[in-house]
Design a protein around this ligand. Structure first.
Ligand code: M6R
Length: 620
């Protein structure tokens, strides 16, 4: 939630700040703002709404300065408004900062600061931090520090953040310290881009693409002191650190829309490539198994595992459910799929042989990170199935598997789901081959996986048919999504996609469970989307369809190519290639993603930036 950018160097900062904020807008779009430092003056421009509105604000009379910070907001404390928009000013204007995270003890700090004479203008928790840094700066100056000295400013930030409870990614400018940017992190990501005589700062690497390939991921409790000449990283307990400079592998093409109208559509259409990327270098045909570079667990330990917990949120949780079925079927290891927000506060009995996987696109989801940390604290091996390289979860896990899906920008997750399911299939194959799965079975699975990119290409051909379907149903007020076995998680995912981007009420259910309650919702106006490709309980799903038909509910079916039986029963059918049951989620998810997309578009919704949501949920 919330995106931060910063720049220090010889060039005007505004261009990078605005471009960077556009790239980070997926993290929040309630308001945006920039602050530029120019010879003892800080110019703040901020506004409710999108980055383009701030851009407009800056167009006629651009703020100048070669040091600056910017922010795009997902509101936590205080409604979206100009006054609550970041950057926030502290003291008498000697400090200005942007913040991503939540300050849990802001009420008590606010009272203290008010009693010391500080005036608050906003309802945010961030303004507390701005005043706190200003108060600490005053104190440092009283003790003999100079307002222009980076070390004085560093000490002010250090003392201020030591009083904060909660999470923060901060970028701070000081009116009297030209060319200085201080960044601090606890729980909210920050990346420093190392250029030639210039430095960039951002919440993730996307704004840095095209500016520099050298990056440093700031760790929790670290503070970076950045000037155009150099930067220093200080850990709050252990002091100065040697920066771990890494090479960025992203290209600007990854974040461009190209021929597509929306990122979501682009990402849906990238999925054949997503599967190819997730499989690349991981299929061991000779041993009929999968290969991973980063699990960091020895074979004996892996063979000893007697239980797996998959923990995640949202779409990643749905992918986890598919993973449960796959691992239990292939490897016969009991699997539980836990909402990370529950697991972090629960205390389930875990044996020494329990292995935990956190599944996450962003690698920054606060609940998933906390659940992983809690399991790690208890001494269990924690691994990550993660997309964003260098993210908090990727770095803190004992090992893991990257998705290699490239940046996912649409708030509605699509290709990450596909990559997660692909990786979980590989994992099931790998664990299975260490146990009961035969060589021929392993070979068969590899063959099926290799055919999947083409099957996904074929499945995407349903786009026009789905568009027509959307035109027929886009005014419905409720949808039911029903599926069984491997297609039950797909039903959940289809419902989530529809509700998050079109704001239509949708419920996903196991098809047979529907008669225990949700069937009461069925009437002539309520479409039921049945995910009903050929499977070993296909006749049972057909019976469930009959039950809806008997109540005059319209039926949309997602079925295998050539399935005439379904066509007799359903009002509308979308066909996908006939693939093995355990791989069906990869093809059946596609028409559901497209349905949500077209319905949302027809209803005039902002597909890539749905209301109230943000791409990575870094608050509890
Ligand atoms: O980055 P993560 O995979 O950890 O994110 C988890 C959820 O926040 C995410 O999947 C969310 O549900 C998506 N908006 C769904 O499309």
């Amino acid at each position: 939630m919330c995106g931060i950018v910063g720049y220090v160097g010889p060039h005007p900062a505004l261009g990078f700040l605005l471009e960077g904020l556009h790239r980070l807008e997926y993290r929040g779009y309630d308001s945006a703002g920039v602050a530029l430092l120019d010879g003892g003056r800080i110019d703040v421009r901020r506004k409710t709404g999108r980055v383009s509105q701030v851009e407009e604000l800056c167009r006629l009379d651009p703020p100048v300065g070669t040091t600056g910070i910017g922010h795009t907001r997902w509101a936590t404390h205080g409604v979206p408004s100009d006054i609550n928009a970041h950057p926030h000013t502290g003291g008498d204007g000697e400090v200005v900062l942007v913040h991503n995270g939540v300050i849990e003890n802001y009420t008590s700090l606010r009272s203290q600061l008010i009693s010391q004479g500080y005036t608050f203008h906003s309802a945010t928790d961030t303004e507390v931090v701005a005043h706190l840094v200003a108060a600490q700066l005053k104190r440092e100056i009283k003790l003999g520090g100079k307002a222009s000295d980076p070390q004085t400013c560093l000490r002010a930030v250090e003392t201020a953040v030591s009083q904060l409870k909660g999470t923060f990614g901060l970028a701070v400018l000081f009116r009297d310290a030209p060319g200085l940017l201080i960044a601090a992190r606890l729980g909210s990501p920050l990346v420093i881009g190392v250029g030639k005589d210039e430095f960039f700062l951002a919440s993730d690497a996307s704004p840095l693409v095209g500016h520099t390939e050298r990056v440093v991921y700031l760790k929790d409790h670290e503070i970076a002191v950045i000037t155009a000449k150099d930067f220093e990283i200080v850990h709050r307990e252990t002091g100065s650190q040697t920066p771990d400079v890494r090479i960025l592998e992203q290209t600007s093409q990854d974040t461009e829309l190209g021929e597509f109208e929306h990122y979501m559509l682009k990402e849906i259409f990238e999925q054949p490539q997503t599967v190819e990327n997730a499989l690349r270098g991981r299929l061991d045909e000779e041993e009929a198994t999968a290969r991973f570079g980063g699990l960091n667990l020895d074979p004996q330990m892996l063979r000893g595992i007697d239980r797996i917990i998959l923990t995640a949120c949202g779409t990643s949780w749905h992918a986890g459910l598919v993973g449960e079925y796959l691992i239990e079927e292939f490897a016969r290891i009991p699997v539980e799929v836990e909402y990370a927000s529950e697991l972090r506060y629960r205390n389930p009995p875990l044996s020494d042989r329990t292995m935990i996987f956190a599944i996450t696109q962003s690698g920054e989801t606060a609940d998933t990170l906390a659940a992983m940390r809690e399991c790690k604290r208890k001494g269990h091996p924690t691994l990550a199935i993660c997309n964003v390289v260098g993210s908090s979860i990727a770095r803190e896990a004992d090992g893991g598997i990257y998705l290699h899906a490239g940046p996912e920008i649409g708030v509605a997750s699509t290709k990450a789901f596909t990559a997660q399911v692909t990786v979980l299939t590989l994992l099931a194959l790998f664990l299975g081959r260490m146990r009961h799965l035969s060589y021929p079975a392993g070979k068969r699975i590899i063959g099926h996986l290799q055919a999947m990119p083409d099957n996904l290409r074929q499945a995407l051909k349903c786009n026009e048919a789905v568009k027509k379907l959307a035109e027929k149903y886009y005014q419905a007020e409720t949808f039911l999504y029903l599926g069984r076995l491997y297609n039950f998680p797909v039903a959940l995912e289809g419902a989530l996609k529809l509700k998050e981007i079109s704001y239509i009420h949708a419920e996903g259910y196991p098809a047979a469970e529907m008669k225990h309650g949700p069937i009461a919702l069925v009437d002539e106006e309520t479409p039921s989307v049945f995910v009903v490709p050929k499977c070993n309980i296909y006749p049972k799903v057909i019976s469930n369809m009959e039950e809806i038909k008997a109540r005059r509910g319209p039926i949309i079916a997602i079925a295998c190519d050539g399935d005439d039986k379904v066509a007799e029963l359903a009002d509308d059918v979308i066909y996908v290639p006939d693939v093995d049951e355990y791989l069906q989620p990869l093809v059946t998810a596609i028409p559901l993603q497209l349905l949500a997309y077209h319905v949302a578009k027809l209803r005039g919704c902002n597909v890539d930036r749905p209301r109230n949501l943000a791409k990575s949920v870094t608050v509890e």
